[in-house]
Design a protein around this ligand. Structure first.
Ligand SMILES: Cc1cc2nc3c(=O)[nH]c(=O)nc-3n(C[C@H](O)[C@H](O)[C@H](O)COP(=O)(O)O)c2cc1C
Length: 374
């Protein structure tokens, strides 16, 4: 029987609150956390709220569709799953469910180098909707081996992340003693004991680990990637035959140079504020980068998108396709696959209402003209 007093999660903040109750603090703060004082993540959200959408009256908007396209491939939703390392920290089976969700709705799912399920399984469960996300690797022989493996698994799109020369300074991770693979001291044991539902299920299924590497020592999450440079990007462009997207771009000069090197997509993002609290606001950089690049390069966006109106703004400000990170993991942590289905269901309802209010019936119709610039 339905409990009339049970809480229903509808908004991002509802799901976040449920996730916070369910997850050990160490893990909640890994997913939810940000660099330095956390202000980068808070600012991402705040600045998106400042943009106003232009409402339009008396336009027939009866037939609205949330279908869209990414690299000319149809999608059933206008939002993708940003690459996230170790999503199994949100709960057992998270990677598999993300991949299946991507397959069901025909949307891209980012597969982090630090994913907790192998890139081959991601390709299989997503039925080819997975995009592999690469971090800089100094060892060219290892890199070529990995690129070959990604190609053999059938990946059509590679995302190269350029905003992690060093992993962000995140005080909560240091305070909580987060280590992958997990290291258990009294503090962590106490934290896990306080969240038995998550802990028992996880411990029965084995603690989260890196899915792309069988030897736990062959991938170091905290390693320096400061050697990445423009020569490396040219090398990558020469050695990766399919679509290449550069993630973590926040200035027009970089974007123009990348376009010159022949990349297929520029992914505007500040890593959700996880790398540098004082980085530029990505939503403000998005229209500038769009203006600088014109329309012959795809532009992707993430950072701070939490609801349907936010997504409309990302499209209005120049994105060809928008992604979210934390919302997926926190909705999964809140209530497994039902969590993500419910969250996305409400998100879509909100997108649809917002489209009606601004007089748009298709995602591709949304443009600069829908933003009210004072
Ligand atoms: C738990 C977590 C892990 C992440 N791991 C990666 C990663 O391995 N590679 C990457 O390029 N970005 C990673 N990101 C950044 C996301 O791809 C994305 O840029 C960010 O989450 C977007 O901001 P949002 O969370 O506000 O939507 C991670 C983000 C989170 C929350």
């Amino acid at each position: 029987m339905l409990n009339p007093f049970s809480k229903v999660d509808i908004s991002f903040d509802d799901f976040r609150l449920s996730a916070r109750k369910r997850l050990p603090k160490l893990l909640f703060e890994y997913i939810d956390g940000a660099a330095s004082d956390g202000s980068g993540e808070a600012e991402n959200r705040k600045i998106i709220r400042h943009f106003r959408l232009k409402t339009k009256a008396l336009i027939n908007v009866e037939q609205r569709s949330l279908n869209h396209k990414v690299f000319r491939i149809p999608t059933k939703l206008p939002v993708g799953i940003a690459p996230m390392g170790m999503v199994q920290m949100a709960g057992v089976g998270a990677d598999e469910e993300f991949a299946k969700f991507a397959s069901k709705y025909e949307i891209p799912v980012g597969v982090s180098t630090a994913a907790s399920m192998s890139l081959e399984k991601y390709a299989e469960y997503s039925r080819g909707y997975a995009w592999f996300q690469l971090y800089y690797m100094a060892d060219k022989a290892e890199l070529e081996k990995l690129l070959n493996r990604i190609l053999m698994a059938g990946y059509k799109t590679l995302i190269f992340t350029v905003d992690v020369p060093e992993i962000g300074f995140r005080p909560n991770e240091i305070r909580n003693g987060l280590k992958v693979p997990f290291k258990f001291g009294p503090k962590q044991i106490f934290d896990f004991a306080l969240h038995p539902a998550w802990s028992l299920k996880t411990l029965m299924n084995g603690a989260p680990k890196f899915g792309n590497f069988t030897d736990t020592n062959s991938f170091n999450r905290g390693a320096s990637r400061a050697g990445a440079d423009w020569d490396f990007l040219r090398y990558l462009r020469d050695h990766w035959p399919n679509k290449l997207v550069i993630k973590g771009v926040l200035n027009t000069d970089d974007a123009i140079n990348m376009k010159g090197i022949g990349v297929d997509g520029i992914y505007v993002s500040n890593h959700g504020g996880r790398q540098l609290a004082s980085a530029p606001h990505p939503i403000e950089m998005l229209p500038k980068i769009r203006k600088a690049l014109g329309h012959d390069v795809h532009i992707f966006y993430d950072s701070g998108l939490r609801n349907g109106e936010d997504l409309i703004k990302a499209y209005a400000l120049g994105a060809n396709f928008a992604f979210m990170g934390r919302p997926w993991s926190l909705a999964y942590a809140a209530n497994n696959q039902d969590g993500i289905e419910n969250y996305i269901d409400y998100l879509c309802k909100e997108i649809s209402v917002a489209m009606a209010m601004i007089g748009r019936t298709k995602i591709e119709e949304i443009c600069f003209d829908d933003i009210y610039f004072k």
